[in-house]
Design a protein around this ligand. Structure first.
Ligand code: G3H
Ligand code: 13P
Ligand code: NA
Ligand code: ZN
Length: 317
């Protein structure tokens, strides 16, 4: 059944677990996420970005998630709009039936320029008023997700605890995305991250100040070395790079992390699995593309299941 983010995260907080929030843009991802959830009895969060809307089209994206809800009526599913850039776009998602939206007012509409605190409060509070009137949840963000280039100077981008407290008070959001040194994509850290660059300790401080808030970790792909090696073994060229170790996410869950955004790891598993499948001599004459997609779906399913199990959502559907 379709559930709101708030309903699911309140339950997750009572039981001390987090739910991976997987980005989707095609059917095989949706099926992998659902098959894995069904196998280990986990609730599900699926989220669509602007890029996913451009790729699949808003109608297809929405119906892919609704198909999952229909096919697996016993699994709670949150349909979430990731990184909404404006209140208007969040309103569209609410109107379309999403059960949760993120208003990302940490950046201006261009999704590049850091915004002022006042702007962020203004747009986020506007979305909370609309969304709550419709039973839809809202994720806000305070602080800026970093980039590798900013590693030296990244502390000023981290979520400031005083600002976070004010932001939550003034907006009424259901979940707060925090900046603790992660960034989107494959190139987060140039070496295994220490507590200097991946600041899990900030979550501890934030939880002391906001004991009832649900925290969201963006940029939480782990960038598995095995998948990088498989991609490179079969013709790819992904330089050495490090993500957020699963063990660090598990540490964050102790301090109130309840939603963990993952996109790149699914991209790596599917890219690696498809490259490997197509490179096998016995598949050289294979034209049934479903077999290639099947390899991708199986690899993504394994990855999803291991995240449900590690974050503790398995067994809680
Ligand atoms: O928010 C970041 C996600 O990884 C989505 O990426 O805009 O390429 O779909 P995308
Ligand atoms: P990754 O790029 O680490 O998978 O993060 C995805 C994300 O935060 C989407 O909002
Ligand atoms: Na989001
Ligand atoms: Zn994100």
């Amino acid at each position: 059944a379709l559930v709101s983010l708030r309903q699911l995260l309140d339950y997750a907080a009572e039981h001390d677990f987090a739910v991976p929030a997987f980005n989707i843009s095609n059917m095989e991802q949706v099926q992998a996420i659902m098959q894995a959830a069904d196998a280990c009895d986990s609730p599900v969060i699926m989220q669509g970005s602007a890029g996913a809307n451009r790729y699949a089209g808003e109608v297809f994206l929405r119906h892919l998630i609704l198909a999952a809800v229909e096919q697996y009526p016993h699994i709670p599913v949150v349909m979430h709009r990731d990184h909404g850039p404006t209140p208007d776009i969040c309103a569209q998602a609410i109107q379309a039936g999403f059960s949760s939206v993120m208003m990302d007012g940490s950046l201006l509409e261009d999704m590049k320029t850091p915004a002022s605190f006042e702007y962020n409060v203004d747009v986020t509070h506007t979305v909370v008023r609309m969304a709550h009137a419709c039973g839809v949840s809202v994720e806000g963000e305070i602080g800026c997700l970093g980039a590798l280039a900013a590693e030296q100077d990244h502390r000023r981008l981290l979520t400031d605890p005083d600002e976070a407290v004010e932001f939550v008070k003034q907006t009424g959001i259901d979940a707060l995305a925090v900046a603790i040194g992660t960034s989107h994509g494959a190139y987060k850290f140039s070496k295994p991250p220490t507590g200097e660059v991946l600041v899990i300790s900030r979550l501890k401080t934030l939880q002391q100040r906001l004991p009832n808030m649900h925290f969201v970790m963006h940029g939480s792909s782990s960038i598995p070395r095995e998948w990088r090696e498989i991609i490179n073994e079969y013709g790819g060229n992904i330089p050495e790079t490090y993500g957020v170790p699963v063990a660090e996410i598990v540490e964050g869950i102790k301090y109130g992390v309840r939603k963990v955004n993952i996109d790149t790891d699914l991209r790596m598993a599917s890219t690696g699995a498809m490259r490997r499948f197509l490179a096998q001599p016995e598949n050289a004459a294979e034209l049934d593309a479903r077999k290639t997609y099947q390899a991708a779906r199986d690899a993504m399913q394994t990855l999803c299941r291991s995240r449900y199990e590690a974050f503790g959502s398995a067994g809680h559907a």
